[in-house]
Write a protein that binds this ligand. Sequence first.
Ligand SMILES: [Zn+2]
Ligand SMILES: [Zn+2]
Length: 135
Amino acid sequence: MLSGECNCGKVMFEAHTHTTDVYVCHCSICRRHTGTIGNAVVVVEKDAFRWVSGEHEICTWRKPGHDWQIWFCRTCGSQVPGENDERRMFVPAGLISVGAENLRVAHHIWVDSRASWDEIGPSGRRHAEEFRKGS
Ligand SMILES: [Zn+2]
Ligand SMILES: [Zn+2]
């Protein structure tokens, strides 16, 4: 099981999953959002995900003209889990406080968009743009 919380502790969540895959996105939108190389998330089935507290503390913002939305704590500004697609949630890997020891970077996406100073580590497959199975 994975569980975690935002910086102020109001938003707490848990996910019953055996996944160990971390996806690192190097796109310019994630980069601006975090102020660093991009974003690192774990993707879990919605059925396996549960808010423990603070769901009403969450704000969202959608970037106009893009298929990109972010969920964040209105008190501390930490990124929090959000909807990945109709059946799955994404969980920001850095929020995970229990269960993180087994996580490994499995995929780097939007590698061709990375910052000039972004040095990608040895772990994980590289995808020039969005994630594609098998590539
Ligand atoms: Zn917070
Ligand atoms: Zn991105």
